[in-house]
Design a protein around this ligand. Structure first.
Ligand code: COA
Length: 386
């Protein structure tokens, strides 16, 4: 090991940045943005207010709020070439790939793309937040052979997204549940995708590049991709009556159960508790209560056996599903919420930047003499297991 270094696998317990955005108390299961408890924000604030809080450090006054809402609404349309590019992807391709590529492409049409000043980054944060919602809906419709819908300018961010996705205006309860889930996913300190955005930012790269990279980290099943995996698990189980048999088999096989466990929370994920209540209501309203019942039963069974806690992605799965969000779009939907936190972290990183460049602990062969190819033997066999 190089002198003065220490190997910390997975950077567990390492503090890599100071932040004013998110206060995550894993031992007590508490989470606050800018000092405001997540439960209060989910209940009383809109996602647009939460965006303002994350970007500006304070809740907006009425005037500031109206101005932000106007800017977000004005930025909803995607550049036409970006929509055309979405049509080039194979319909069967994972929408996360199309979505990630389109984020990078949006940078090619953004007038502030290479400007890392705070003012330009605030303008880009607004544009990206508005555009990502349109992008998720457009990706979904195009891969299903439908035309993207123009944004409805009179609707809130959450309501407009559900409209652009499904083509119908959702009821007040569904909009409130979705809006609150956007708030709950908006920011979460130095999780893998946010850390990725900070690493990219630390090279003085730009916001679109950082966000596209962040989505690459988010889509992994150990991170944001877990939500989709939870819903696929519930579908695999199929019925409430088969939860016990599934759990027994999964435990015996030592299967990794998606939506359970967390690196930081030991006393429970506060977002999961709120999402559980919202999932119950939404599943009941949509006539698909079985998904909620199955999730509760699985949670009880797994907690009793392994003391594993459900994380944010566990109850968001039945919630999103009952709101009509397609399973393969769960992760892009998480990104259209987390964009608020990603962009806030990018702004914060630029304001106090130091290149993020850890060390590796070399475990390969010791220094040795170079062997010319003629002296390396004749076999053409490549060991593909390595
Ligand atoms: N299913 C089964 N066992 C799990 C588990 C899960 N979801 N999460 C953790 N464990 C067990 C591990 O097997 C390990 O047990 P061991 O010590 O007997 O080997 C122990 O708990 C610690 O797990 P580890 O993977 O080392 O913890 P971590 O901090 O690296 O992982 C997660 C955190 C989130 C990656 C992990 O809990 C996980 O894979 N969860 C499922 C994916 C998920 O829901 N991700 C979304 C997170 S918000």
């Amino acid at each position: 090991m190089t002198e003065g270094t220490q190997l910390i696998r997975g950077l567990e317990g390492v503090v890599a940045a100071q932040t004013k955005l998110c206060d995550l108390d894993g031992a007590h299961g508490r989470l606050a943005y800018g000092g405001y408890d997540i439960a209060d924000l989910a209940k009383q604030a809109t996602f647009e207010e939460v965006c303002y809080l994350l970007w500006r450090g304070e809740l907006p006054t009425r005037g500031q709020y109206d101005q932000l809402v106007m800017s977000l609404v004005a930025a909803r349309e995607l550049p036409k070439p970006v929509v055309d590019a979405l049509r080039l992807a194979p319909k069967a391709a994972d929408p996360n790939r199309t979505f990630q590529a389109a984020i990078a492409l949006l940078g090619a049409f953004d007038p502030d793309a290479d400007d890392n000043s705070p003012a330009a980054n605030h303008r880009k944060a607004v544009r990206l937040t508005a555009q990502l919602a349109t992008l998720v809906a457009a990706t979904h419709r195009i891969r299903n052979g439908a035309e993207p819908l123009a944004p409805a300018l009179d609707l809130s961010h959450a309501a407009n997204f559900l409209y652009m996705l499904t083509g119908t205006r959702a009821g007040g309860a569904a909009v409130k549940a979705f809006d609150a889930s956007l708030t709950l996913y908006a920011e979460h300190e130095l999780n893998a995708s946010t850390f990725t955005t900070r690493v990219i930012t630390s090279t003085n790269s730009d916001m679109h590049s950082a966000v596209a990279g962040g989505h690459g980290a988010l889509k992994g099943p150990l991170h944001g991709g877990a939500g989709e995996a939870v819903m696929r698990t519930l579908m695999e189980i199929g019925e409430v009556a088969t939860v016990d048999a599934f759990a027994e088999k999964a435990l015996a096989e030592k299967r990794r159960l998606m939506g359970f466990g967390h690196r930081v929370y030991t006393a429970g994920d506060p977002r999961a508790a709120i999402l559980k209540g919202m999932a119950e209501e939404a599943c009941r309203q949509s006539g698909q209560f079985k998904w909620y019942e199955m999730a509760v039963k699985l949670n009880e069974r797994i907690h009793a056996a392994k003391k594993l806690i459900p994380n944010v992605d566990f109850y968001s799965a039945p919630l999103f599903y009952s709101l009509g969000i397609p399973v393969e779009q769960f992760t892009p939907v998480i990104a259209m919420s987390r964009i608020a936190g990603w962009t806030a972290n990018i702004i914060e990183q630029h304001a106090d930047n130091r290149l993020i460049r850890p060390r590796g602990d070399y475990t390969g062969p010791k220094r040795r003499a170079f062997t010319p190819m003629a002296d390396r033997g004749q076999t053409g066999h490549v060991d593909t297991r390595r």
